[in-house]
Design a protein around this ligand. Structure first.
Ligand code: FRU
Length: 527
């Protein structure tokens, strides 16, 4: 243990002194503290204070990015950046969880453990149905993962070739994984940041495409067999947001009324619209070699503070299902949860929509989430002027709910969630600025990081129609707003010391909500 702590202190010190490192990593004090809390041992699993009840969280210890998301043989696999022994970043493995319905998850033993090439950083997995890799055996189809091997040793030596891409495969439907003996397969070309490969099959040229984050841009590589990679092109040095390093890209094709476009997602930290980490996207064209876009504005898949490193599942036929890490590098290591740290967002279905002459990607909770919504209440012609106390009409004793309604005009409104000790969350729309917003300044425990309690987190309204559709998902420690059929998404986490049972809807002008649907959201962990 003492040796372990010493190594953590040493690596934290080295990381802190290295400008180019992945992101600001924890201070050694934080490393040692939380995972050892004796209280955490006493709590029954998944029922601790702040434990999300319908979002995936690891039972214990640290988690960041979703990785290797692949659907195969009726099972959704979710791998994730995991530290299996501490509740802060370090010693990164690929953790693993599986689900048959995208809603209920079962955590599995770690799938990939660090080796002499380094830690197991982010990456992706595909179903190699034609056995292009040759990893298949006895007629078994291989699942193949391409991930970044990140050498802490080289990082500490100040080397450039810290990050290389490696392969692993599974012949038992993702249960166990074998690393390829000739790793790494895609060697560092001489650049410090070279990571997070996302692989997909490009049917027109019958080849694999990998998109990687390379500092201030992405690079596209192609391969016939997942082992031999050829650089095709670069994109992004002069496009999009550049407030920080680019990470975790994804390239997907989406269809808007028969018009197919390619969407490139790129996470960035820092440089997000509300500070710290977020995911931007570009809508354009891809020909198997180059990605091009004529867009000039920067678009974000979620304007909130807590949706990072999101990518899509592979092998889901025509569905594009996206999931992000529900945190922010500004404070991920400091959030007051124990014995685990971090949750994922709910899985979101992506669609491409046109607003005026521009394409936007909309993100909405997958339909499967609907099965958790129980005890629905429907209120009709609800008059809101001043305040309407919704929680007097519906049962919100759990504090977990889904609320859907349409505001039939453009007007200010807000929803205030509060508890008896005066803690509150406000989510709403401000007509003057045309922004949705989230105010978590009085949301309970906020003092673990300076910027956390900052007032309004803003998300521009993108839709153009004269009514506003609201879909709000609230869990024990998070809120996800999907406005206007997901054209604007805003995700934020918070830590009230007591359940936020009171729900009040307010508006400055008189509005009449034709139909409001409220339902309790069941826990995915209940036995
Ligand atoms: C994004 C990221 C990735 C990297 C991983 C390391 O949050 O920095 O770029 O692979 O986390 O845990």
């Amino acid at each position: 243990m003492i040796i372990r702590i010493f190594i953590l202190i040493l690596s934290a010190a080295v990381i802190a002194s290295c400008d180019n490192s992945v992101q600001q990593r924890p201070s050694p004090e934080t490393n040692i503290q939380l995972s050892a809390s004796p209280n955490s041992q006493a709590q029954p699993e998944y029922s601790e204070l702040y434990r999300p009840q319908f979002h995936f969280t690891p039972k214990a210890m640290w988690m960041n990015d979703p990785n290797g998301m692949v659907y195969y043989d009726g099972v959704y696999h979710l791998f994730f950046q995991q530290n299996p022994t501490e509740s802060t970043w370090g010693d990164i493995h690929w953790g693993h969880a599986v689900s048959k319905d995208l809603v209920h998850w079962e955590q599995q033993p770690p799938a990939l453990t660090p080796d002499n090439l380094g830690l197991i950083f982010s990456g992706s997995a595909v179903v190699d149905a034609n056995n292009t890799s040759g990893f298949g055996a006895d007629g078994k189809i291989p699942l193949v993962a391409l991930y970044t091997s990140h050498s802490m040793e080289k990082e500490q030596q100040g080397a450039t070739d810290v990050e290389n891409q490696s392969l692993a495969f599974s012949l038992d439907n993702g249960v166990t994984w074998t690393k390829y003996q000739n790793n790494p397969v895609l060697k560092n070309p001489g650049t410090r940041d070279f990571r997070d490969p996302k692989v997909s099959w490009y049917e027109p040229a019958k080849k694999w495409i990998a998109v990687l984050a390379v500092g201030d841009h992405v690079e596209f590589y192609s391969s016939p067999n997942l082992k031999d990679w050829t650089k095709e092109s670069e994109f992004g040095k002069t496009s999009g947001s550049h407030g920080g390093v680019w990470e975790c890209p994804d390239l997907v094709e989406l269809d808007s009324n028969g018009q197919k476009k390619w969407v490139l997602f790129v996470s960035i930290n820092p440089g997000a619209p509300n500070g710290g980490s977020a995911t931007q996207y570009f809508v354009g064209d891809f020909d198997g070699k180059n990605f091009q876009t004529s867009e000039t504005e920067t678009k974000w898949i979620d304007y909130g503070t807590d949706n990072y490193a999101g990518v899509t599942w592979s092998n889901t036929a025509n569905r594009r299902i996206f999931l992000g890490w529900m945190s922010n590098w500004n404070y991920a290591r400091d959030v007051p949860t124990s014995p685990w740290r971090s949750a994922m967002t709910v899985p979101r279905e992506l669609s491409l929509k046109m607003v005026g002459s521009k394409y936007f990607v909309a993100a909405e909770p997958v339909a499967e989430m609907g099965k958790l919504s129980v005890n629905p209440s429907v209120l009709e012609n609800l008059k809101v002027a001043g305040g309407y106390h919704l929680s007097e009409k519906v049962d919100n004793s759990s504090g977990r709910f889904r609320l859907k309604f349409t505001v039939p005009q453009i007007a200010d409104w807000s929803i205030i969630l509060s508890n008896s000790v005066g803690e509150q969350i406000i989510v709403g729309y401000d007509q003057a600025s045309n922004n949705y917003y989230l105010d978590r300044s009085k949301s309970g425990k906020t003092d673990f990081e300076n910027s956390f309690a900052r007032a309004a987190i803003k998300a521009p309204r993108i839709a153009a129609q004269n009514s506003m559709k609201v879909d709000l998902l609230v869990d024990s420690a998070s809120l996800e707003l999907f406005a206007d059929d997901g054209l604007t998404a805003l995700t934020g986490i918070f830590f009230p010391t007591q359940t936020l049972r009171s729900i009040e809807i307010k508006s400055s002008s008189e509005i009449v909500i034709p139909k409001l649907e409220f339902s309790h959201v069941e826990s995915i962990w209940k036995k």
